[in-house]
Write a protein that binds this ligand. Structure first.
Ligand SMILES: [Zn+2]
Length: 407
């Protein structure tokens, strides 16, 4: 195998990225690159080494080679090799490919033209029956979870994944600057987040950055805090939030709040037929947590809004609210929004807990109610377990009830 030729090609691709795809220039220099026959095509391993099968590579056109480098570098920057742990690797790979290829929309790289078999969010949308606009807002983990749900019924097409399990050995094409490839675990994660942050800055100064790409990178750089942190942060600020609400990523949970200030939180809890026992348990856990610092006004709802249940502490949530969180039937959110809007005081917090399967979500009346509730509230947020909700003015947060780590 002629590694010198490969080395030269990689150098040319780096020059190409400096000119046309600035975001990738830095990551591509920091990646270790190895040539090996151990894998059939190309991929990245768990320490972020970019491995290339030289025979496969030799058959590609220049344009395809550039696309491969950019695609693989994005996997590393987005920490996909590390994030895949705990998932069926093949399924996580499909979700991650969908996200990476979506992020390339609007760039110089047209993945579908170069690789007709490439995974796209459009293809995933058909399989999981969730519209592309919703998938765009979901993380690779959320999409993988949805794919895992359907994979039980219909087998997903094979295809060789490019998120390689373990560590690949091979002839070194490039050592990679900064020694990131020598790091493991949390150190590796930290190193790549720093590389991603500098890549973002560089791309913004030096050239253009596709909007989708900026979004997926920010997903990695901004750690979404647990529910209560976001809630308290929002109330403390007492400011209005729009769809671009920024999560308080650099604040810890221990950040102090005002002494003796108790606020009011309206919890609109979806109790419709599609909500599982596990989801209800998580919902009541969130409400209980909020009750430590706030007066809770909970309204269970399905196709209608039920009576308001008030609780002044976690114990009251357990005794008064949780037992009444039983519904069934359809999921229509307009009545409960209407009810809360009529009862809440300006500046109160409102949080909607749902799986996201809401029938009237797209109605203009419902959108108007969301917007009015958000405008009146000091803080408004939708927490969903399944599908993102289009709720104007509300911050959106995914509740991972299967792999939930925070308490
Ligand atoms: Zn891939």
């Amino acid at each position: 195998m002629n590694v010198e030729a490969l080395r030269k090609e990689i150098r040319n691709i780096k020059l190409y990225t400096i000119r046309y795809f600035q975001f990738i220039a830095i990551p591509l220099s920091y990646m270790r690159i190895a040539a090996t026959d151990d894998i059939p095509t190309a991929g990245v391993d768990e320490r972020g080494t970019f491995a290339i099968n030289p025979d496969w590579w030799a058959k590609l056109m220049d344009e395809q080679k550039r696309a491969v480098c950019i695609h693989e570098a994005l996997h590393v920057v987005l920490l996909h090799p590390l994030r895949a742990k705990g998932f069926n690797r093949q399924i996580y790979n499909i979700a991650a490919d969908g996200k990476v290829n979506w992020a390339l929309n609007g760039s110089e790289i047209n993945v579908e033209r170069l690789f007709p078999d490439a995974v796209t969010l459009k293809k995933i949308a058909k399989v999981v029956n969730i519209p592309v606009e919703s998938l765009e807002k979901m993380s690779a983990e959320e999409i993988a979870s949805r794919l895992e749900d359907v994979a039980k019924e219909l087998p997903l097409g094979g295809g060789c994944g490019d998120l390689i399990e373990g560590e690949v050995e091979g002839e070194v094409v490039q050592e990679g600057e900064g020694g990131a490839a020598e790091k493991r675990g949390k150190d590796l994660e930290k190193a790549w987040k720093e590389i991603a942050a500098s890549a973002l800055t560089y791309a913004k100064i030096a050239g253009k950055l596709p909007a989708g790409l900026e979004r997926v990178v920010n997903e990695v750089l901004e750690v979404k805090p647990p529910w209560h942190v976001a809630l308290r942060f929002g109330l403390r600020n007492h400011s209005k939030h729009d769809a671009s609400f920024a999560y308080p990523s650099r604040r810890g949970d221990e950040y102090p709040g005002y002494y003796g200030y108790r606020y009011r939180v309206w919890c609109l809890i979806d109790c419709s037929g599609s909500i599982s026992e596990d989801e209800l348990r998580i919902f009541s856990g969130i409400v209980k947590h909020e009750a430590r610092n706030a007066d809770i006004y909970a309204i269970p709802w399905d196709a209608e809004a039920y009576e308001v249940l008030s609780a002044k502490n976690p114990a009251e949530v357990a005794s008064k609210v949780a037992p009444k969180m039983r519904g069934g039937g359809g999921t229509v959110i307009a009545p409960v929004l209407q009810k809360a809007l009529g009862l809440m005081e300006p500046g109160d917090a409102v949080i909607v807990l749902t799986d996201g399967e809401i029938t009237d979500e797209v109605n203009s009346e419902t959108k108007g109610l969301f917007a009015r509730a958000a405008a009146k509230a000091g803080f408004a947020m939708v927490g969903y377990t399944h599908k993102p909700v289009y709720a104007p003015g509300f911050a959106l947060s995914y509740i991972d009830f299967r792999r939930r780590r925070d308490g």
